[in-house]
Design a protein around this ligand. Sequence first.
Ligand code: FE2
Ligand code: FE2
Length: 462
Amino acid sequence: MDRRQMESAIAGVVRYLGASLKNRGLYPPTHPLVRTPVEKCRMELAPFFADRSELALTVSDGTLVLEGVPIFQLTSSLELFMARLGAIGLPAVIFERGVSVEDIELFVRFLHETREQGLPIPEIKARLAAWGITHIRVTATEEEEKDDFTFAREIYGNALNVVVRALKDVRNGKTPDGAESDRAVREMSGMVSRNRDAMLALTLIKNFDTYTYNHSVNVSVLSLAVAETLGLPEPERIAIGVAGLLHDVGKTQLALDLIRKPGTLTVEEFEEIKKHPEEGYAILGKMTHIQESTRSVVREHHMRFDRTGYPRPEPEYRLNPHSHVIAVSDCYDALTTMRSYQKARTPQQALEIMRKLAGKSLDPDLVELLERSLGVYPVGTMVRLSTMEVGIVTGSADGGKGEPKVAIVFDRAGNPLAAPEGVDLKEYDPSSGRPRRMILGTVNPLMHPPVSMSGVLQTVSV
Ligand SMILES: [Fe+2]
Ligand SMILES: [Fe+2]
């Protein structure tokens, strides 16, 4: 293929993608105006794969670039296509040899139907996999790949995939691969040691639809942070992390509408829910690479510190102390998440509630330890600055000293910024010799329009 042929083929590929996406919004999915461009796009792609195994489509500085060739002549449908890529948060799309009409069709549907903005790459990867799209993948751009937040996102996303697969396996009557959970937790544990903020920040990106999966990974990350603050040796940290990842695996036996049910449960429904620790214990018993203490912790995670939970422990039964770590993380993540029956609490509100539960359902020492693990201004806290701007904490102060990292989301008049702006609180105002911005205190986020945590985290590079 010479350069001219290539350019015309490239123009064809993107034109047909754009046309199909645009027509998606106008016609039913089976309509020829949706289907035909997809078929034509596949045809235009074919010659490229004669001498290469993949083709990269990127958006760089507002320009669409296919295999290094910028496309300047934008039609309205191409603009729409680019806008959708940007909104969802896809910096680069790779078409692999073997890509089928079905893959392209599903991908266009994915672009059309995904409503969330600024999704992290691992999340997009997980979704493409869940949609059954096999030969189209996404990658971060190179510069993004360098920072810890991107690493953390990859690691978080992989863990999410492991949970999705494990729960799917259980639902299909198969035993999940314990080695996968072990590997995912080792990666997360490494990242928690290396950059705790980067990992903890991700636990605040909540997704209502994938609550069970995110919750599992979040409990694992939070427990790993507590385990590290406790100074536990590595094998114990991994055992706790795996327990966090799989603590609710027994819930797969429950009907989905029961898990998602808003409002209070009936006595019978609650009896069903109460079975999940034992179910989990049984499932983990069949898996390889699972430490015995991990199994016990999964069975015990609802027994509570004061032993009033379920399954009710016999008087002489000794709980694994790590079960209380999972209980504390479980509680914190549940409180800071919006559910069908509750609004999300801020980190401060959640910790306040937990302090009241300390000594009762929760281990008081561990509640304190969680607070310490999260810092004075946990990542995700909304704060008012001395400039009257409102920001969100994106990273704690280094080693408890200095200032946390903050991204401004509302200006002094309370208007949302077009894009969150990361600011350095160490920055001095040369005229006064004082810091330009200082934290005055926390702000109730309910007083402001909702802020997308993943958008905020994009301002951060470490
Ligand atoms: Fe549970
Ligand atoms: Fe849970």
